[in-house]
Write a protein that binds this ligand. Structure first.
Ligand SMILES: [Zn+2]
Length: 340
């Protein structure tokens, strides 16, 4: 008890000192500073004090077949409406199959996969428009799916598993080729103004792969992408998708931010904090948020903020929220965060 009290006193003192040293136009009469979105997110990344916890959330728009302009418009509408501190741009266009094919269905089709210079041109167009409209008021990250997942979508889970079993060498060559395309895309995204990438990794999970097998067969293809952006962007997020992740592997990935589902995995933010020294992103229950009672949502916001002590933390769901979530819920979330 004694140490908890003295910590609180220490924080109070630190806060008074910090206010005194930064007194100026950024301070309101209440003594509470109000940071801009970029400043707030950058402070969270550096482990510095924030006026309140930065937050973000996202869902799919279902516009992948439409031109980049439409995607940019939907993204910017979402940003303006819900006022997120960090914008995660969705990237749902399918990866292009080899020329002349709709999908990969024969084992020999895999041989025809080559790295692409600009695999998602409409997405790059959207990113440029988003960057232009945001005018530097908020940072945005570009979603990239890991090559394992892209290869599954190009064929099927079953076909990819067969390729891994029958021709492990070709399997790795295929993942490498997709990763090279994703690196090209990531570079174009950074050139278009993205602050980093949001790499969604779904196969590093006990329900999908065995941990040793993943290290042998999958990790390299993730690292090709992450290493390529490592020193070029300040905000690379690893999205850990799934409920039983291979933590030992994932916590070694070179990223500044890790996003995972605390509710889905049943592993609290403070536990992951002990394994990962970067910024954590999560705390909201993506599976329940759409139907939560206001006080339940308030509890989640409060518990996550308390657990992370507002340091190195971005409040977000552990995965995409339902696409049909009501605007009321996200507006309530924004209000709760602004009061936090
Ligand atoms: Zn996910």
């Amino acid at each position: 008890m004694g140490s908890a009290l003295s910590r609180r006193d220490f924080l109070k003192l630190a806060s008074v000192l910090a206010s005194a040293s930064t007194a100026g136009p950024a301070l309101l009469a209440s003594g509470r500073s109000h940071m801009g979105k970029v400043e707030r997110v950058r402070a969270a990344l550096r482990g510095e004090r924030v006026d309140r916890v930065p937050f973000t959330c996202w869902h799919h728009f279902g516009l992948e077949k439409l031109p980049g302009e439409k995607h940019a418009e939907a993204t910017l509408d979402f940003y303006r409406k819900f006022d997120v501190d960090l914008l995660k741009v969705m990237s749902d266009s399918p990866y292009p199959p080899p020329e002349g094919l709709d999908k990969i269905s024969e084992p020999e089709d895999w041989q025809r996969l080559e790295p692409l210079k600009n695999p998602f041109p409409e997405q790059i167009k959207a990113l440029r428009l988003i960057n232009k409209e945001l005018k530097g008021q908020a940072l945005f990250v570009e979603t990239i799916f890991q090559s394992w997942n892209v290869a599954e979508k190009l064929s099927s889970k079953k076909d990819l598993a067969q390729l891994k079993e029958n021709d492990p060498k070709l399997f790795k060559t295929v993942l490498r080729a997709i990763s090279e395309s994703q690196v090209n895309h990531a570079r174009l995204a950074l050139d278009a103004g993205a602050a980093g990438i949001f790499l969604a990794v779904s196969a590093a999970d006990h329900f999908v792969t065995d941990p040793q097998d993943y290290v042998k067969m999958g990790r390299e293809s993730d690292l090709i992408i992450l290493e390529a952006v490592r020193d070029k962007s300040i905000l690379n997020v690893l999205h850990v998708h799934g409920n039983k992740p291979h933590w030992d592997t994932l916590v070694t990935y070179p990223v500044q931010v890790m996003n995972y589902s605390a509710h889905g995995t049943g592993i609290g933010l403070s536990d992951i904090r002990r394994k990962f020294t970067g910024t954590l992103m999560g705390g909201l229950n993506e599976g329940k948020i759409a139907s939560q009672m206001p006080e339940e949502l308030a509890n989640d916001v409060h518990a996550a903020t308390l657990a992370m002590q507002k340091r190195r933390f971005i409040l977000s769901p552990g995965c995409s929220v339902p696409n049909d979530i009501s605007a009321e819920v996200l507006l309530r979330l924004r209000e709760l965060v602004q009061k936090s």
